[in-house]
Design a binder for this molecule. Structure first.
Ligand code: NAP
Length: 266
């Protein structure tokens, strides 16, 4: 079987550099392109501390798609540009794996339609860490018994979107898992605006942004006389790579949108 040709978009970023390293370590994957808004003309292997790989960083995704003819684009860029990147990728007839967060449900509908129209596959996952996928599953299961729950998500201070895509996805799964409504709460007297967090589908979400953190989440259920806490910690960005590599291998085989890593791991 031919190697899967991979272009990494956002290749000089924290996640992109990790993806480059993970891709070149796989015998069946071939890194063919690296795109970023920064680092143009630099050798991507040097940027990632791997030595020369013979691939220079390009700035223009559309041109790079034409020049490098990838099978799959992996996108870890920013919530502000991810939709444009996805459209350029699918319209070029290339499959996509997207870890960039910040996509809305309207965005996902549009992406699904475009992918089906182009006959290409796209995998969007708000969290590629297996432990985070299990945390979300366990939270959905627990919501069946404990409808009252709040989410605390903690990320590094350079993350620009809040709440995290993982927190939103967890709240969606909790809403799907509940068989009873959460208890009615007294109207809050919020002495500081936002102290009670944001609410999505009946679940409060609190977002912390601090230096030193990577990606962490606690889902705390409360019931009479007890609480249940489900917590996941990504201590290193390498935690996301097995999920990204799995998605890269699956993306060329599918048509349309797959949302969430959980759909791929059974
Ligand atoms: P980062 O270090 O800021 O890296 C993003 C890189 O993409 C930067 O070099 C940025 O350049 C570049 N970029 C921005 N717009 C671009 C464009 N239009 N075309 C090409 N490159 C572009 O961020 P990160 O920590 O790697 O995170 C990237 C995204 O992944 C975020 O949305 C984050 O929340 C998400 N994430 C997802 C997962 C998951 O498992 N799904 C895990 C971790 C992070 P500039 O610095 O010049 O903007």
């Amino acid at each position: 079987m031919d190697n899967i040709r991979v272009l990494v978009n956002g290749a000089c970023g924290r996640m992109g550099r990790e993806v480059v390293k993970a891709v070149v370590a796989q015998a069946d994957l071939e890194l063919v392109g690296a795109v970023d808004k920064v680092g143009q003309g630099q050798e991507i292997g040097q940027v990632c501390g791997l030595g020369d790989l013979g691939i220079t960083v390009e700035r223009d995704l559309a041109a790079a798609l034409r020049n490098t003819t990838p099978t799959v684009v992996v996108d870890f860029t920013t919530p502000l540009t991810v939709m444009d990147n996805i459209k350029a990728t699918l319209e070029a007839g290339v499959a996509a794996v997207v870890g960039t967060t910040g996509l809305t449900s309207e965005n996902l509908e549009e992406i699904a339609e475009l992918a089906v129209g182009m006959g290409k596959g796209i995998i969007v996952a708000p969290n590629f860490a297996l432990g985070a996928v299990l945390m979300m599953r366990f939270a959905q299961e627990a919501a069946r018994y404990f409808p009252d729950v709040e989410i605390i998500e903690l990320h590094h201070d350079r993350k620009i979107d809040a709440p995290s895509g993982t927190a939103l996805k967890t709240a969606e799964l909790i809403a799907a898992g509940r068989v009873a409504e959460p208890g009615t709460k007294p109207a809050p007297l919020e002495k500081i605006n936002g102290a009670r967090g944001g609410e999505y589908l009946g679940t409060k979400i609190h977002s912390l942004r601090l230096p030193g953190l990577i990606a962490h989440q606690e889902v705390i259920f409360g019931a009479q006389g007890q609480t249940l806490t489900i917590r996941h910690d990504s201590l290193d960005r390498s935690s996301f790579m097995p999920g990204v590599i799995l998605a890269v291998r699956k993306a060329p085989e599918i048509k349309g949108l797959v949302y969430g890593l959980d759909a791929l791991i059974d």
